[in-house]
Design a protein around this ligand. Sequence first.
Ligand SMILES: CC(C)(COP(=O)(O)OP(=O)(O)OC[C@H]1O[C@@H](n2cnc3c(N)ncnc32)[C@H](O)[C@@H]1OP(=O)(O)O)[C@@H](O)C(=O)NCCC(=O)NCCS
Length: 149
Amino acid sequence: MTIEIRPGRDSDLDALKAVDSYLAAGHPERAEEIARWLRDDEAYVALEDGQPCAYAALGESQFGRPFIHMLMVAEPSRGRGIGDRLVAHLEDRVEGPELWTSTNLSNQRMQRLLASRGYQLTGFIENLDPGDPELFFFKRLGRGSGASE
Ligand SMILES: CC(C)(COP(=O)(O)OP(=O)(O)OC[C@H]1O[C@@H](n2cnc3c(N)ncnc32)[C@H](O)[C@@H]1OP(=O)(O)O)[C@@H](O)C(=O)NCCC(=O)NCCS
């Protein structure tokens, strides 16, 4: 398999919608989020043999820290290291000293991926998804300056 990762383009919209299992599960609002990530140059696309098979959205948190808003691998492409490679790519793109993300407590697979890449649990927020807290993680990238004011 040949995996290439590149910035997303507006013309990727339909392909990224096809990759997204949350959209397919009946959450049409995700289509607008993908369009916004593409429009804001926050989307990165993984292509397997030239075909989009995954995407990630890299923006800022409400605290002004680099933040992975979404990591989505097409169901048939999961479990082959593509999510790991996308996160590694985002880490290379970030210029500051750290990268943040979050996922639900129930999302064991994402938590294993983050742990294997050295992310630390740093807190959680209740009451977003009922009964399924949102866990926040960050990784010190070992470069750049300290925290912003
Ligand atoms: C969570 C998610 C992004 C992980 O992506 P992925 O590409 O499947 O992740 P990886 O392949 O890097 O790792 C998944 C597993 O495959 C294993 N793996 C990685 N490369 C492998 C390879 N070449 N051969 C066999 N197994 C491999 C990993 O060790 C890992 O195993 P584990 O789950 O038992 O720890 C994906 O499941 C997904 O898109 N889920 C829906 C959206 C979501 O939940 N996103 C996260 C919140 S934003």
